[in-house]
Write a new protein. Structure first.
Length: 249
């Protein structure tokens, strides 16, 4: 079985080793491409009988232009998984997103997530995976006590939230953790992010940048930080969901 991954500047990806651990006959091909090469990459995978492919930055929204059918295309959620199929007449490429559910499941698997007041949520960044997380919190967040949220980003206009209200912080290094029970960061450390983790309340820090633990390690040094995670477990759950979608759907 063959599965692909398309994205740009994704040399850090761990998806290949995760997917190939699922089956001895699995071949997972990582394709670091530019936007102009998306159609060619799709054609290459179709000709070579790939079961489907994953999509990562910065193509999660652009890829929808190439889909025949999309599952969960609500609130402009980006697509991170595509299956090639001729099971349904007229549908050859079916897209879905597992980012948000994988995020929530990986968070709630930790006991601290049930002990910390997460009623106020901060989301740092507004691209890529954020619409899917925002949709998931909008749909299921209240079940876990999440009542309100704010998206902090340099450009307010990119994404209008549904669970979280967008707010522009042009110098996002000034973000302060105090007052938030859950902080979700999607901005790479190399972008100059320097968070103030001093807080009067207990909080959880979830950094989706699984390839860089510097901010996770800084957060762990603060006594009010009850849990600091990177996105690796979320990536594994995403891989499991994608694999099932491509092999069972």
């Amino acid at each position: 079985m063959k599965i692909g991954l398309i994205g740009q500047d994704i040399g850090y990806s761990k998806s290949k080793e995760i997917f190939e651990s699922f089956s001895s006959d699995m071949t997972y091909e990582v394709m670091d491409i530019q936007e102009k090469n998306i159609r060619d990459a799709i054609y290459y995978m179709q000709v070579n009988k790939f079961a489907g492919f994953n999509v990562t930055k910065p193509f999660k929204h652009k890829i929808k232009e190439y889909m025949d059918c999309m599952l969960l295309d609500i609130y402009d959620v980006g697509i991170n998984c595509v299956k090639f199929t001729n099971k349904y007449p007229g549908y050859f490429e079916v897209g879905a997103s597992f980012d948000g559910p994988s995020f929530l499941y990986s968070l709630m698997a930790h006991k601290e997530a049930h002990e910390v007041d997460m009623s106020n949520v901060a989301i740092l960044g507004n691209g890529g995976v954020v619409p899917s997380i925002d949709w998931t919190l909008h749909t299921y967040g209240r079940l876990h006590g999440m009542k309100r949220g704010t998206i902090f980003a340099r450009n307010r206009g990119i994404f209008s939230g549904h669970f979280a209200n967008p707010q522009a912080i042009f110098h996002i290094a000034n973000f302060k953790a105090n007052g938030f029970g859950l902080i979700i960061n999607t901005i790479p450390y190399k972008a100059g992010l320097n968070l103030d983790f001093e807080s009067d309340n207990d909080f959880i820090y979830f950094d989706l940048n699984y390839a860089d633990d510097r901010l996770v390690n800084i957060a762990r040094q603060h006594p009010k930080c009850k849990l600091a995670l990177n996105g690796l477990e979320m990536l594994r759950l995403n891989a499991i969901n994608s694999y099932r979608f491509m092999t069972m759907f």
